[in-house]
Design a protein around this ligand. Structure first.
Ligand SMILES: [Zn+2]
Length: 105
C-alpha cells in the first residue's frame, strides 16, 4: 500500500519507505516509527502512534478494503466521506502526539 519514496538528508540516497521503516516502543503505548537510510544508516522519525491512532489506522485499512470491494456508487461515497473524516482526525492526533513527545516546536 505504501510505496512512498524518501530522500536521505544526510547522503542523498533515495529509498522506499516500506522497506526501511523500523518501529521503536517509547512507552505509554506510544510507538516511534523510524526510517533508516540504507546508505548511511541515518535514522529519521517518520511519525508517532499511540493506541488510539493505531485504532484509527485500522479503521482506514478496513475502509480501503471495503472501497476495493464496492461497486455501489453511493456506498463508495459514504466510505470516502468516512475515510476523509478519520484522516483529518488522525492528522490532528498525530501532530498533537508529536508535540507531546518532542515538546513544543
Ligand atoms: Zn543516508
Amino acid at each position: 500500500m505504501d510505496y512512498k519514496k524518501c530522500t536521505c538528508d544526510q547522503c542523498g540516497t533515495i529509498f522506499i519507505v516500506k522497506y526501511c521503516s523500523r518501529i521503536m516502543k517509547i512507552g505509554r503505548g506510544i510507538k516511534r516509527h523510524l526510517l533508516v537510510c540504507p546508505g548511511c544508516k541515518a535514522e529519521f522519525t517518520s511519525y508517532y502512534t499511540n493506541t488510539e491512532i493505531r485504532k484509527q489506522q485500522n479503521k482506514i485499512r478496513k475502509l480501503y478494503n471495503a472501497i476495493r470491494m464496492t461497486r455501489n456508487k453511493s456506498l463508495l461515497d459514504q466510505h470516502y466521506k468516512k475515510m476523509d473524516s478519520i484522516r483529518a482526525d488522525l492528522e490532528r492526533d498525530m501532530n498533537q502526539l508529536r508535540i507531546e513527545v518532542e515538546g513544543t516546536p
